[in-house]
Design a protein around this ligand. Structure first.
Ligand code: MG
Length: 355
């Protein structure tokens, strides 16, 4: 025991204060090799010098005590690599949250931002409905029915992934929405994609989760911006004609576009639910979208595939052409899907441009 080092000398040689050494001793991370029973004086062994320096470096890296215990018990680079990955993930998530906060702050701090200066204020009179249907156990669809923004997310992935992905998609899109431009709407959807992807990776429970997302937004300059990923749809009813504004990113959608499948056959196709693009399955995503003039009296319909795979296109067009109150139209469409069997979750948002 001759080579025992008194705490004062150990402190000087390790560069750690006596106070810090006492706190490491109290947490069980670096227990003195010997304590004088009479005086309570602490002594360390020379081999504890390296351990003290390692411990201090890990504390400096912000590693939790439980993980430090593990590294000291089983010294290996793997645990350090895992901690480095967690730090990188945390930083990415915090940067994503900051981006959302920045967007939320931007309209309030801009004095030149005044939609009313461009004429009468237009808005959407929107209503949404979403139903589990008769076959599925859970509802993995989510809807947005706001005065400037409408949309649908249809989640996918093992339970509870789909539900979480769809819920995140609509909540984050609403938070990111600025109303200023179609580019900002697309940038918002890209940020939503990355946030879902970040959330999914590293979680076994949420592995493989993703969602469709379609949205139509009434912008400050009175244009209507539409964006979509997956096979949820936005239609525009103008002058008695119903036009689909979105592109289906699905196996059947591709076949219809190539002229190899009819719309009517697509709804019975065994691969009608197989998507070729979805939100949250990779760090980046390719979007489709467009901008259209917003015309007072025109109506929008956003829906999940649970509607158009159950209700014939002509019945959807007839419901939209009837020009009932938007709530009546939404109820009518959902009831038609439920009567037809509702094998999937059914969601609709019906909106009229007013003002
Ligand atoms: Mg669906």
């Amino acid at each position: 025991m001759d080579d025992l080092i008194p705490i004062g000398e150990f402190s000087a040689r390790s560069g750690l204060s006596a106070k810090r050494l006492r706190s490491y001793a109290a947490s069980g991370l670096l227990v003195p090799a010997a304590v004088d029973a009479a005086s309570g004086y602490r002594y360390y062994s020379p081999r504890q010098l390296r351990q003290a320096e390692l411990l201090d470096a890990l504390r400096g890296a912000g590693m939790p005590l439980a993980d430090i215990h593990e590294v000291l018990r089983r010294p290996s680079g793997d645990l350090l690599d895992a901690w480095a990955r967690r730090l990188a993930d945390d930083a990415t998530q915090r940067r994503g949250a900051l981006d959302v906060a920045r967007r939320l702050l931007a309209p309030a701090s801009s004095t030149s931002h005044d939609p009313a200066a461009k004429g009468p204020v237009m808005k959407l009179n929107a209503t949404g409905r979403t139903e589990t249907g008769h076959v599925r156990e859970r509802n993995e669809d989510a809807v947005v029915a706001g005065s400037r923004l409408v949309g649908i997310a249809d989640g996918m992935g093992g339970a509870p992934g789909g539900e979480i992905a769809a819920g995140l998609a609509v909540a984050l899109l609403q938070a990111a929405f600025t109303g200023r431009s179609a580019d900002e709407l697309s940038a918002g959807v890209r940020a939503v994609n990355r946030a879902i992807w970040e959330r999914a990776k590293g979680s076994e429970r949420l592995d493989g989760m993703g969602t469709t997302l379609c949205a139509a937004a009434l912008l400050d300059d009175h244009t209507l911006a539409v964006v979509n990923v997956g096979d949820s749809r936005v239609y525009l009813a103008h002058d008695g004609t119903l036009t689909q504004l979105t592109t289906d990113h699905s196996v059947t959608g591709e076949l219809v576009r190539r002229g190899e499948l009819t719309e009517a056959a697509a709804v019975r196709h065994p691969h009608r639910s197989v998507l070729t693009r979805a939100l949250g399955v990779g760090p980046d995503v390719e979007l489709d979208g467009g901008a259209y003039p917003a015309v007072t009296g025109d109506r929008l319909l956003a829906c999940s595939d649970g509607l158009f795979n159950e209700v014939p296109a002509e019945d959807i067009a007839a419901a939209m052409a009837a020009r009932d109150d938007v709530r009546v139209t939404a109820d009518r469409l959902v009831e038609q899907a439920l009567s037809a069997g509702a094998r999937d979750n059914v969601s609709v948002v019906v909106a009229e441009i007013v003002g």
